[in-house]
Write a protein that binds this ligand. Structure first.
Ligand code: ARG
Length: 477
């Protein structure tokens, strides 16, 4: 970053310092400047300024010639920024003053008129909203791509059986497709949250000026329509000071990352050689510099770790706001880095997960073997007994008996012959007679999953139907 050497800059270009009798100290300049990080708002700042200038001209607050000069200058500045040729100067503090100074350098007086009826306070609030709106769109699109990738896995593995767990203990068999669909549902709620957050982000602060509004005959609705805002921030104090839309975004990003982190945790467990349910393509893993046998799931581990920083961004913003009296305070300059970080982290994570999911392969034999252990069909046997006339509590007790017998014999319920099974339940002879040869079907993994045949159930045909519904929802967006 180039620094402007002459010290009279403080009252020439800084835009606020004629009152000051000495230049800002170097330390303070560095401490208060934001241009290092807010320059990424540059093109949005220009978009906002152009809309403001058009409105000023329409309302005859500036001349048509001024507007033409501003448009010409801004076109040049946009090019410079896009081509990485813009000379950002620390002395000019932030993105807004940098662009305004360059504009004045390029077009003279018209550049100095641009700030009429505006303050950096409503300007920066507008810039962040424009920027965040675009980010939300990118993240929603990335969420859609990830969901489509997950749906392809769910469809392919609609009938692949693995144990479902509660308390990390084998509970009941489920299909892998069904398991994956759980995440599709989570990501679809994340999408809804972001779309909802976009509505409140997409409101125009410009016109609030520093805090109280402005004396010029402005047309805020015109600016809003030029910028594609859905409405106006209705109170000028609120417009320049609150950042709740950014906090909401970070909350939505935190929840989204929490979902990603849960998926990461599962991928890591499933890939452990002790479990061996899945494999991730080599390009998403790394080896160990010392242990030649290692293949580490770095990407999901990092995603799990990065979830923490997005939570941190949310807490930073909440804490940033909580002590601020109305209206704008310089504290708000600290909103940008956490917000940028949350958006960047969420987007990059989603993009890489979409690719990683495409390189996910399953090991159905290992999944199946695991489901055959731990009496995963015990509930099915209890349900069978209920359907034959037993009360559920009695059926539950009878199956617990049978499980105890099998544990002692080191076999599964399905390994018992019909007479052995009857005896193992500890039921009366009359009750035992209710168990007939058709019981064997409900003890198999396939019988167990296919019997859960309702919306939200794990049966393979329900998985396929859910995939189809999810696809058509995504395609409709
Ligand atoms: N760089 C400032 C920010 O990010 C812009 C607004 C400055 N306003 C002011 N009154 N100092 O918030």
């Amino acid at each position: 970053m180039k620094q402007t050497p002459d010290s009279q800059l403080h009252n020439k270009s800084a835009g606020w310092s004629a009152l000051f009798s000495e230049p800002v100290s170097e330390l303070v300049k560095r401490y208060t400047a934001s241009v290092d990080f807010d320059q990424r708002l540059g093109l949005f700042d220009i978009e906002g300024s152009l809309a403001h200038a058009k409105m000023l001209a329409k309302q005859s607050i500036i001349s048509e010639q001024d507007l033409a000069d501003i448009e010409r200058g801004m076109a040049q500045i946009s090019l410079e920024i896009t081509n990485d040729q813009f000379n950002w100067q620390l002395d000019l503090e932030d993105v807004h003053l940098n662009i305004e100074a360059r504009l004045t350098e390029l077009v003279g007086l018209a550049g100095k008129r641009l700030h009429t009826g505006r303050s950096r306070n409503d300007q920066v609030a507008t810039d962040i909203r424009l920027w965040l709106r675009a980010q939300i769109e990118d993240i929603v699109l990335a969420l859609k791509q990830l969901q489509l990738a997950l749906l392809r896995v769910a469809e392919r593995e609609a009938a692949t059986i693995l144990p479902g767990f509660t308390h990390m203990q084998v509970a009941q068999p489920v299909t892998f497709g069904h398991h994956i669909l759980a995440y599709v549902n989570m990501f679809s709620r994340d999408t809804e949250r972001l779309i909802d957050c976009r509505k409140r982000t997409n409101q125009l602060p410009l016109g609030a000026a520093a805090l109280a509004g402005t004396t010029y005959p402005i047309d805020r609705a015109f600016v809003a329509s030029l910028l594609g805002f859905e409405g106006l921030c209705e109170n000028s104090l609120d417009a320049v000071s609150d950042r709740d839309f950014a906090i909401e975004f970070c909350a939505a990003a935190s929840i989204l990352m929490m979902h990603v982190s849960r998926l990461s945790e599962e991928l890591i467990i499933w890939m452990s050689p002790r479990v061996g349910f899945i494999d991730l393509a080599d390009r998403f893993c790394t080896g160990s510099s010392i242990m030649p046998q290692k293949k580490n799931p770095d990407v999901p581990e990092l995603a799990r770790g990065k979830t923490g920083r997005v939570y941190g961004d949310l807490v930073s913003l909440l804490t940033l706001m909580k002590g601020q009296p109305l209206a704008y305070n310089k504290d708000n300059q600290e909103d940008k880095e956490p917000l940028f970080d949350a958006a960047d982290t969420a987007l990059q994570t989603l993009l890489i997960f979409t690719e990683m999911v495409q390189g996910l392969t399953v090991k159905p034999d290992n999944m199946r073997n695991a489901a055959l252990q731990g009496f995963s069909t015990a509930t099915d046997l209890a349900d069978y007994l209920v359907k034959q006339g037993l009360a559920f509590r009695d059926a539950h007790e009878a199956v617990a008996h049978a499980v105890k017998v099998c544990t002692a014999r080191q076999c599964d319920l399905a390994d018992l012959t019909l007479p052995e099974l009857r005896a193992a339940t500890g039921l009366t002879a009359e009750q035992q007679a209710l168990i007939t040869s058709d019981v064997s079907h409900c003890l198999t993994l396939e019988g167990s999953v296919s019997a859960r045949n309702h919306i939200g159930g794990t049966a393979p045909n329900q998985v396929l139907a859910a995939v189809a519904r999810a696809k058509s929802r995504l395609e409709a967006d």
